[in-house]
Design a protein around this ligand. Sequence first.
Ligand SMILES: [Zn+2]
Length: 411
Amino acid sequence: MIYPTIQSERLWRSLMEMAEIGQTSGGGVCRLALTDEDLAARELFVKWCEDARLTIRVDELGNIFARRAGSDLYAPPVMTGSHLDTQPLGGRFDGVYGVLAGLEVARTLNDAKIETTHPIDVVVWTNEEGSRFPAGCMGSAVFAGQRDLDVMLNLTDADGYSVKDELKRIGFDGPEKCGNVSIKALYEAHIEQGPILENASKTIGVVMSAQGLRCFWVHVSGIEGHAGTLPMDKRRDAFQGAARMAVAIDNLANTFVPHPVITIGVVNVGPGSRSTIPGTTSFMIDCRCPDEQGLNELEDEIKIICKGIAKTRGLEINIEMISKITPITFNKDCINSIRNAAEKRKLEHQDISSGAGHDACHVSFIAPVGMIFIPCEHGISHNETEYASPSDITAGAQVLFDVVVGAAKLE
Ligand SMILES: [Zn+2]
């Protein structure tokens, strides 16, 4: 059977309408988790789902599940979705694309009066971005048993408001338990958030894996001194040591195989006075790589580099691991079904590894999961200028439709 085609104009209109909620002056979106803007977005999504005759359930962490019933009441659902929250200066497509592409799957099935065996759940995960409450992929991670529910409910934002109280305030503290659901498969469509597909002129990224992460604090201590009186060869300048470590780590990132990405985005220099030689410098290393063995080797190399430089410059060093995320390999059958769907629709595609973390990565611990990427202009994301073209939006949603309906089985 040839599957019906999705309505690209309807999907684009829905995306643009949703982007009006929390719209910023620079053309982006600010819709932090569990704010009034998030509430408005959730309400609009729920309204659209009800119009499409989907049944809404909300769990105790505010995850929303909009179900299109299947013919088999006992069959596990095929899930698809993403998140509606954004970064403080986020774009119109990150997350919301996956949610509304999922809704478009249900709308298209309705139009074609097609029944599936398995139910289809369009899901909105709570607080994926982690920008207001500092735990990214909160809803999906608790759902998949990767984070603790009570710890998350008690997490507070910078103003002291807790997840629990904010869920209650916006009326999304649902009755359903979070997690413990059996799932046939989950597919998430998302913009790539990087430049690879655009540079290769491909429309569909078949996501094979998501890279793992190691994050460290490096604390370097030397000896403070007067900036005017202490000769250069008598100094134990913590910042100068840290700076050399940063350069050596950057060189490592450029030569290591498989290619990692390493970022030093936080540097604290103490005491922080122009006329005092820095006695302490702490910096944070964010190191990501698609393979666990690679991450282990990078961790060892980074430690050797930093300790070696500290030693030659007479500095003390302490390296503290902050977080560790294992690389994810997505389900082979899900990967194949995405690739086959792209082939059948004659869409240019390539295999790709996800540089960012996504809700689907967490769900992959408890269910077969696949991800579909589409290009975003200049690889820009988490930015007001984030853009994906209507034709790529359509292509990704069509592949999503084909794989979700394939998994949910036609009657
Ligand atoms: Zn996202």
